[in-house]
Design a protein around this ligand. Sequence first.
Ligand code: UDP
Length: 314
Amino acid sequence: MKKTVLVAGGGGFLGSHLCDRLIEDGNYVICADNFYTGSKDNIVHLMSNQRFEFIRHDITWPLYVEVDEIYNLACPASPIHYQHDPIQTTKTSVLGAINLLGLAKRLRVPILQASTSEIYGDPLVHPQVEEYWGNVNSIGLRSCYDEGKRCAETLFFDYHRQLGVPIKVVRIFNTYGPRMQIDDGRVVSNFVVQALRGHDITVYGDGSQTRSFCYVSDMVDAFVRMMATDGAVTGPINLGNPGEFTILELASMVVKMTRSKSKIVHKPLPKDDPIKRKPDISKARKILSWAPKVELEKGLLATIAYFRQILKTR
Ligand code: UDP
């Protein structure tokens, strides 16, 4: 049975790839986005599809639609964007969760929350397991996002316990690929664009901080697997690629792969920048039979090809 699926934030980087996958699987997709960080370019190829419908909508307001499943991917996710209007960022996470959970409750349908590794803050446990409660600053520059997403998790679990809403919470670690925004300040897009333009590669701090990079198709596959689990599976489940790289290693790889003449330069480390981040994905392996398949080098190739194309039009 094909389903009607709501993707909130469907015009964004992850959301648009999820819309593609759901359409490919034969579903009917309702994509809601206010284009705060999402873009029409990401979904323009779906607009003429009979099974795709777009609604311009901000999830801090209630949404009335009839669907079989809900994915909540609506929130600016890069530090530059979520810090631009921090009050709105918290509202998007908290009010957005309340509105979409209300919809899930009325329709009695499963709802997946795109939570984040940021809920672990600057972690003191490495790699991060789901049982770790995190090390989060409640009043810092990242707090609007971190605490907003933490409160959204609280709401999801309370709607589940108190009202029986079927919830699926996934904690997404750094993800990259085509359709990342050129100017969102994320490390992969920054480095690739800088290398292609022949600009300096800006490594913040000494570059010894680590991240784990998951390619977007692997991430979307995990979302779909999570949604397909039975009602007893609520998460939270970590999703990400456990391969760990220093930021300096990433910079060197990008320079080499683009054959760029760019120099690596160092800039100050942003405040509250986590020193280490790497997911423990044992739960995802066991419960979803999932592990990332795309190696960093292969994913970077596709990402470089995408930005090469985008830069031609700028
Ligand atoms: N970073 C960097 N240069 C850049 C952008 C980011 O060195 O031009 C670093 C940043 O300080 C952080 C890591 O790369 O340590 C990942 O940053 P990103 O903003 O992509 O994600 P997050 O900090 O949320 O993991």
